[in-house]
Design a protein around this ligand. Structure first.
Ligand code: TRP
Length: 363
């Protein structure tokens, strides 16, 4: 079996630099490391529908956006299987059986579900599908016997829930499912990149995201108007780097060689931070540096995206092929699950013989 990766994203918008440092960049590195036997990258449209049931068109439109972002970042369909969740009916079947292993109160305690319920004002009317999506996510992960799930920190409760389901299933029905491990970004700034307005979460509705597909001019404009330390009014004023989004972005993106190239007055980020803290370093200078660093990272992504945008039918073909391959794997897991649960009646010759014998003896 070896090492297997499964991860994915909801197609509710284009992917942004938070997705990139939180997970996408890592996925490409893992893909190219050659250490994994299989890599499955899923566009979680069915999960997106759990809180967008009335807006399927939004989900439909964003499937191709996310696929383009994947390819632009360097996910390679020759090495990674890119697929669409809703095209794998086995996932629903697995979820249906896992539902028996999870209590309502356990789902209510899931911190991600809790905060999402609040964010969406679902308190009084939570869609059942939304409420149970952690179970469906466990199906996503286990269907591919994933050993490794590279995701952002916000997905930690989902992984915990999945691990509990795996443990319960294996305890009740016998060793069947693979216990997955979460793989978090190793750079702390990458765990959760704040919005350009300094708010903790990047979100489309807040308009505080830098998208991978933004043009050079858009990125520059967003960076130059980024929130910084509100008390750092004049250049001479001492500034604060903690919680300052410009510096958090630099923590996430800049490397020592960027200084030699774009800001040779400083050796490294600690020197830059020290100067800012002391006073005498203006926001504009730091922002210009961040812009140079970020543009260098995003430019090849933009170029690759442009190329793929000319080949849209091929992108859909890649997703179709990937979905077919993914379904085969999920079907194998489902068969194993049904065997363990003893609901594989017609392939169980022993069962049929046994029953024949029982009724034969009674006759
Ligand atoms: N919940 C993830 C997100 O919001 C998407 C997702 C669905 C996922 N199923 C998954 C991620 C399985 C990792 C593993 O982006």
């Amino acid at each position: 079996m070896g090492k297997i990766i499964l991860t994915g994203d909801r197609p509710t918008g284009r992917l942004h630099v938070g997705h990139y440092v939180g997970s996408l960049k890592r996925r490409v590195e893992l893909q190219n490391s050659g250490e994994y036997n299989e890599i499955f990258i899923m566009i979680a449209d069915a999960q997106a529908l759990t809180d967008n049931a009335d807006n399927p068109e939004k989900v439909r439109q964003n499937i191709i956006e996310v696929a383009l972002d994947y390819l632009a970042c360097g996910l390679d369909p020759e090495k990674s299987t890119l697929f669409i969740q809703s095209q794998i009916p086995e996932l629903c079947e697995l979820s249906f059986y896992y539902m028996n292993l999870v209590t309502v109160s356990r789902l209510q305690r899931n911190p991600t579900v809790k905060s999402e319920i609040q964010m969406r004002n679902f308190e009084a009317s939570i869609p059942v599908g939304f409420f149970t999506y952690p179970i469906s996510q466990a199906a996503d992960i286990t269907a591919f016997q994933a050993t490794t799930v590279p995701v952002g920190e916000d997905q930690m409760p989902m992984l915990e829930q999945t691990r509990e389901i795996v443990h319960k299933f294996n305890t009740v029905y016998g060793e069947t499912l693979t216990m997955p491990d979460i793989l978090l970004p190793d750079n702390k700034a990458c765990l959760r990149l704040p919005g350009t307005d300094g708010k903790a979460k990047m979100s489309k509705s807040l308009g505080n995201c830098i998208y991978l597909s933004d043009t050079e001019a858009e990125v520059k404009k967003k960076i130059m108007s980024m929130f910084t330390d509100p008390n750092h009014l004049r250049v001479e004023d001492p500034g604060q780097v903690e919680g300052n989004p410009v510096f958090i972005y630099l923590d996430a993106f800049c490397r020592e060689q960027h200084f030699a190239k774009y800001l040779p007055d400083y050796q490294n980020l600690s020197e830059l931070k020290a100067h800012y803290t002391r006073g005498g370093l203006g926001d504009v200078k730091v922002k210009k540096f961040l812009n140079a660093v970020l543009q260098e990272e995003l430019e090849p992504i933009r170029q690759r995206r442009k190329e793929w945008e000319k080949r849209i039918p091929e992108v859909y073909r890649i997703l179709e092929e990937g979905s077919k391959k993914a379904e085969k794997v999920a079907a194998e897991t489902l068969a194993a699950v049904k065997r363990s649960m003893k609901i594989n009646y017609f392939e169980d010759k022993e069962l049929i013989a046994q029953q024949a014998k029982r009724f034969g003896e009674e006759a």
